[in-house]
Design a protein around this ligand. Structure first.
Ligand SMILES: Nc1nc(=O)c2c([nH]1)NC[C@@H]1CN(c3ccc(C(=O)N[C@@H](CCC(=O)O)C(=O)O)cc3)CN21
Ligand SMILES: CC(C)C(=O)C(=O)O
Ligand SMILES: [Mg+2]
Length: 262
């Protein structure tokens, strides 16, 4: 695999080629991900759940994120590395710039933040300063206490319109990628079609430009695997086989199936 940049991903979208994204938190999995040629690695704040055993991503700190980003970067010199800015690390524009800089200096190529219109100016500031940004709409787990649980978002017409508007505003502000989590497939399809930046889905149907899964979920290691995931280790019997099968299934459109969506 050639070194992946944001331009590689735009080219894939313009050619209609779907690409896989997967989370990693350490150098060993990150090396395997490079070996099988998965274009994008997300150092997700889901590490709160799967590494630390927390019941949400809210307890995850900047120190936690920087530690795992540096490990993932050391294991992989080809994939594009996205790092989640954790809970309250981008509450103000000043904090967003300081903390994004820290994750970029730890080895990330892009930062991700959860939210819509309120992030308009933050995204502009980061983009202007040379930091690529990934947006995240739909189920935004850092707001679980406000949302009242891990629930599908954008079900009624008003919420769907709002999400489309937020997506367009984030694109105008300068995001280079967008994650849509737990949204109805038809809405994710529409947003993917109307944006020129690649849209990555999780529990968002088959018609986004890319898919992402938490690596421990697709290896069957998580105690509570969300319904949008699939156990690729059980199907293949090796870590390398599981990652290869996931990448192939995303690229040929066979994952996700209708049973993985809302
Ligand atoms: N291991 C793990 N996997 C994830 O995908 C994940 C994390 N952790 N932590 C951060 C967020 C939280 N996420 C979650 C967690 C639970 C559900 C869940 O229970 N979903 C229900 C559907 C709810 C509904 O129907 O409204 C499901 O049955 O999958 C979804 C996303 C996704 N992210
Ligand atoms: C589930 C993905 C999109 C994420 O944000 C994470 O792993 O933290
Ligand atoms: Mg996250």
């Amino acid at each position: 695999m050639k070194t992946v940049t944001i331009h590689t991903l735009r080219d894939l979208k313009s050619r209609g080629e779907k690409f896989p994204v997967i989370t990693a938190y350490d150098a060993s999995f990150s090396r395997l991900i490079e070996q099988v040629g998965i274009e994008v690695v997300l150092v997700g704040d889901s590490l709160g759940n799967v590494i630390q055993g927390q019941d949400s991503t809210v307890p995850v700190t900047m120190d936690d994120m920087a530690y795992h980003v540096s490990a993932v970067r050391r294991g992989n010199s080809k994939s594009l590395i996205i790092a989640d800015l954790p809970f309250m690390a981008y509450a103000s524009e000043e904090q967003a710039m300081m903390n994004a800089a820290e994750l970029m200096q730890a080895g990330a190529h892009m930062v991700k933040l959860e939210g819509g219109a309120w992030l308009e100016h933050t995204v502009c500031l980061l983009a202007e300063r040379g930091i690529p940004v990934c947006g995240h709409l739909g189920l935004t787990p850092q707001s679980v206490n406000k949302l009242g649980g891990y629930k599908v978002q954008g079900r009624d017409e008003q919420a769907a319109e709002m999400m489309l508007k937020d997506a367009k505003l984030l694109e105008q502000s300068g995001i280079d990628l967008l994650v849509l989590e737990c949204v109805p497939a038809a809405l994710a399809k529409q947003i993917s079609e109307e944006l020129s930046v690649p849209v990555i889905g999780i529990g968002a149907g088959a018609d986004t430009d890319a898919q992402v899964l938490v690596i421990y979920d697709m290896l069957g290691l998580s105690p509570k695997v969300p319904k949008f995931s699939r156990n690729f280790l059980a199907e293949t019997g090796s870590l390398e086989g599981a990652l290869n099968a996931y990448a192939a299934a995303v690229r040929d459109g066979s994952f996700p199936g209708p049973e993985h969506g809302f």
